[in-house]
Design a protein around this ligand. Structure first.
Ligand SMILES: [Zn+2]
Length: 88
């Protein structure tokens, strides 16, 4: 049983002839985006939803949010957020 990385490069080699668009979509789908929680008020930023009211499009990872973004509930900056681990 090949490990995850070998499996991926084998698949990448196989799809080399596939148009770039499809390859990018495949990569995006496999990317796991973390949720972040505001340590002040408990607001959870979900990258799949984004923060449309503040101009953050759905699908924006927390790391790519502009540094001047603030918590939509309590107004603190990104510094007050930490990675949110969902109980499994
Ligand atoms: Zn907050």
């Amino acid at each position: 049983m090949p490990n995850e990385a070998e499996n991926f490069s084998a698949r990448a080699a196989n799809i080399r002839k596939v148009p770039v668009v499809i390859k990018e979509r495949t990569l995006k789908k496999e990317r796991i985006m973390d949720k972040y929680i505001c340590t002040v008020c408990g607001y959870i930023y979900n990258p799949e939803v984004g923060d449309p009211e503040s101009g953050i499009e759905a699908g924006t990872p927390f790391e790519e949010i502009p540094d001047d973004w603030v918590c939509p509930l309590c107004g603190v900056g990104k510094d007050e957020f930490e990675k949110y681990e969902e109980a499994s």
